[in-house]
Design a protein around this ligand. Structure first.
Ligand code: TXA
Ligand code: MG
Length: 330
């Protein structure tokens, strides 16, 4: 049975022993919960892949304490990256650099680069400081399932598979960090998140976005996989297709299917008496609620009919990206 523990001297000391012995521990961050192991220990890193059932070509992010000197792990840190780190770290921005090859090769699945993140969550900082090690960690869910934003979510996925979940409350951010390639002349977003393209442009003048079209080069291998999916059937409609979504709901409801609408913003007001999984009003609400709502939905719904919210821009990019990955059928 997995224990959920508050973050204090006692629990941190237990975690330190587990990590130093090659085990894994779940811990909170401001985005989602992570499943961490010592990044220098190949067997421990491989254990993460095993526990999650994660494809072995999808690299992990290394998490470090805010005072950790990352030049020990990576090289060729461009000037723009120094500016961005100064402005946004600790925080939900993962930066990809050329690796020095010091951490286990299993972390980056053989890539020449290493993704580094300095989470701002107070509990995460305590954990990383106490261990004083770079911690390789993906989100603490079973691969392809919805990411966890509370200790209970982690427990639902990993009970019996790990010893300890450190409980740092509900994650404030709610969607994963922005992944930013910092190996070229300008920063390029590989995964959208809470630090947006405009925030990066405002800070350093330029920022590209890598769009994976399903073919050819994958710069962030995670992008090619189905992700964030609730364990029930799903359908996704565009924001201007609310009418179609409502009539599909009515047809399914008539057939006796336990169908729920997943709506955000103004759409919620138009649902009539239908069953709704409510993402909330603002972009921040929607990011914060998305995974909780998907996990609540899979417990009661046979079919979730999602409608892309009308809110656009900024962090909605990340929210809509996660929603469409959660609800696509392949
Ligand atoms: O907010 C977050 O980033 C959370 C918390 C726990 O920190 N972590 C997280 O990890 O979302 P994960 O493993 O679920 O997603 C990591 C993403 C994947 O899309 C992966 O392909 C990409 O980061 N990634 C990792 N290392 C990379 C590298 N060297 N080059 C390009 N992409 C990389
Ligand atoms: Mg993940």
């Amino acid at each position: 049975m997995t224990k959920i523990l508050g973050i204090d001297e006692d629990s941190l000391s237990v975690c330190k022993t587990i990590i130093e012995d090659g085990g894994v521990v779940a811990f909170p961050t401001e985005t989602v919960y992570g499943l961490g192991a010592n990044a220098f220990d190949t067997a421990a890193v491989n254990r993460i892949f095993e526990i999650k059932g994660r494809p072995n070509d999808n690299p992990l992010i290394v998490h470090v304490h805010k005072d950790y000197d990352i030049t020990a792990l990576v090289e060729e840190i461009p000037y723009y990256a120094t500016v961005l780190a100064e402005k946004f770290l600790p925080g939900p921005l993962t930066m990809v650099y050329k690796s020095k090859g010091i951490v286990s090769k299993a972390v980056s699945c053989g890539l020449a680069t290493l993704a580094i993140r300095v989470p701002s969550h107070v509990g995460a900082q305590k954990f990383l400081k106490y261990l004083n090690l770079p911690i390789a960690a993906p989100s603490a869910n079973i691969s392809k399932h919805v990411s966890p934003t509370s200790a209970e979510h982690v427990f639902d996925d990993l009970n019996g598979k790990i010893d300890i979940i450190l409980d740092g409350g509900k994650c404030a951010g709610g969607i994963e960090s922005t992944v930013l390639d910092c190996t070229g002349d300008m920063p390029v977003i590989l995964r959208s998140g809470l630090i947006t393209e405009n925030m990066i442009k405002d800070a350093v003048g330029e920022c590209g976005t890598f769009v994976y079209d399903g073919h050819g080069e994958v710069r962030s291998p995670g992008m090619k996989y189905k992700h964030y999916s609730p364990r029930c059937n799903t359908m996704l409609f565009d924001s201007d297709e609310l009418g179609q979504a409502l009539s599909t709901y009515d047809e399914e409801d008539k057939k006796g299917v336990a169908v729920y609408l997943l709506l955000g913003g103004e759409h919620v007001l138009k649902a009539g008496g239908r069953r709704v999984l409510n993402l909330g009003k603002t972009a921040e609400d929607m990011a914060g609620n998305l995974y909780d709502v998907l996990r609540a939905g899979e417990k009661c719904a046979q079919l979730i009919i999602a409608v892309t919210p009308e809110n656009r821009g900024g962090i909605m990019e990340g929210v809509i990206n996660r929603l469409s990955k959660a609800c696509r059928s392949v």
